[in-house]
Design a protein around this ligand. Sequence first.
Ligand code: AMP
Length: 194
Amino acid sequence: MIKTVCIFCGSSPSVDSAFLDAAAETGKLLALSGIHVKYGCGAAGLMGAMAKGVLDNKGKITGIIPAFMVDMGWSNSNISTTLVTHDMRERKRLMISNVDAVIALPGGIGTLEELMEVITLKQLGRFNKPIIILNTQDFYNNLLVFLDDMVNKQFMREIHKKLWTVVDSPSEIISAILDNTGWNPDEIKYATNI
Ligand code: AMP
């Protein structure tokens, strides 16, 4: 059973509406399935669209945001449950603790950093939940090619491609989480001796 998921996604409001729509649809589908969403508490871009999708459908959402972003006025005032952290590190730690999956939607450098950190933690056996990449409009294709290249050039093993699952549309997210066979923490052994 999926109780809680963490969502990483972009904060830019200037992106194509297809990205905002897919974020809103993701929030809606999670809310309708009774899944609690944790996210970075932004109001703009995909963050705001996804949160609105949850709230419009009476879902449960928690925003986790560092104090400096609250001071910047970036915290989403529509979110009633917020956790204010000392810094970005504490925020990321809380965002991925006690969740049943992480979902990365398209985003900028902040989203990329969050996604790469959680994949790295999983490779090292510190996080063992499904990581779903929503590849709206093939947004992540170049990253996936780069990750393939890391495998081809033996910076990673082929087995490491099991660390994440790519889906094309929001409607595939929940089944991708449920179908996920999981990464065995024993597989930390593959982090070396490539
Ligand atoms: P990005 O993918 O670069 O747009 O960044 C998304 C992530 O960056 C979020 O999870 C936050 O960590 C942070 N972030 C950047 N800008 C904002 C903003 N205006 N409001 C809230 N969070 C933001």
